[in-house]
Design a protein around this ligand. Structure first.
Ligand SMILES: NC(=O)c1ccc[n+]([C@@H]2O[C@H](COP(=O)([O-])OP(=O)(O)OC[C@H]3O[C@@H](n4cnc5c(N)ncnc54)[C@H](O)[C@@H]3O)[C@@H](O)[C@H]2O)c1
Length: 258
């Protein structure tokens, strides 16, 4: 099998496709000639809007059931049911557990865990009805495998994403849909830059101190880029990974090895 399997004419839904890792995933699939639907809270239009031959955009709040239902209905009625779903949308909140706001806990679980549940519930249902082989890639985190200080809600929400990955993988294997998760490490995006500022405040350090600490923890000697993550997403969406399902693949420069 060729390393470069064409994804021409594949329809890919990417949540969180406005910026950061999600935007890189959108562009990476476009480079492979796929048609991409980018869905994100940051867009204005709740109707699917065609941007060019290869991209549609729509406003989506993954934590809101009506918003996810609206997305599913529009994809179906416009004959844009995806055979590849990449759920990237996510948020993080930071504080020590005993000091943290319950509302931050609820918000983080609502977007990262409930959002993953809702998006897979409505979109995988469409994929199954389409009766074509498909791939689901959920962005979890190395925080789905380890504990991290001042990130209890995020850690809990991402452990849950890996549990949804495993269960869904078993349930839709008969429909020829593979479900895997990617567990990024420290990736340079606006989320990470904000976390460095918040973490510095909580720990009485500077963001530069945290950045140095971040780099020192990665065996490969550098933090990751959105492209590092998008490359593995592409692999998990391609026929090259046909015999993989229910996995949580680390993209951490070796920082997490379990
Ligand atoms: N950056 C990292 O170090 C890192 C590490 C591990 C995992 N991740 C995960 O990768 C994913 C992307 O993170 P990023 O670093 O690119 O962050 P980011 O903040 O740059 O991008 C997140 C995107 O998700 C969108 N979004 C947020 N809430 C949403 C909602 N309710 N509905 C729809 N869209 C919503 C935002 O508008 C934004 O476009 C997240 O799930 C994050 O948890 C990031």
């Amino acid at each position: 099998m060729s390393l470069f399997t064409s994804l021409e004419k594949e329809i890919v839904l990417v949540t969180g496709g406005f910026q950061g890792i999600g935007r890189q995933v959108v562009e990476t699939f476009q480079d492979e000639k796929a048609i991409v639907i980018a869905a994100d809270l940051a867009y204005q239009n709740t109707q699917l809007e065609q941007k060019n031959d290869q991209e549609y955009q729509i406003k989506l709040d993954v934590s809101n059931e009506k918003s996810v239902q609206n997305l599913a209905e529009q994809l179906k009625s416009q004959n844009l049911t995806p055979n590849i779903l990449v759920n990237v949308a996510g948020i993080s909140t930071m504080d020590y557990l005993v000091d943290s706001k319950t509302s931050d806990f609820d918000k983080t679980i609502a977007v990262n865990t409930r959002g993953t549940y809702l998006v897979t519930k409505y979109i995988v249902k469409l994929m199954v009805a389409k009766k074509r082989p498909g791939k689901v890639v959920l962005i979890a985190s190395q925080a789905g495998k380890n504990g991290y200080r001042a990130m209890s809600a995020y850690v809990a929400s991402k452990h849950a994403v890996l549990s949804l990955t495993k269960t869904l993988a078993i349930e839709v294997a008969k429909d020829q849909i593979n479900v895997n998760a990617v567990c990024p490490g420290i990736i340079e995006t606006s989320m990470k830059h904000r976390e460095r500022k918040d973490g510095a405040k909580i720990r009485g350090l500077s963001p530069d101190d945290i950045e140095k600490e971040d780099n020192s923890q990665v065996p490969l000697g550098r933090t990751g880029t959105p492209q590092d993550v998008a490359n593995v997403v592409l692999f998990l969406a391609s026929p090259l990974s046909d015999y993989m399902t229910g996995q949580g693949i680390n993209v951490t420069g070796g920082m997490t090895m379990n």
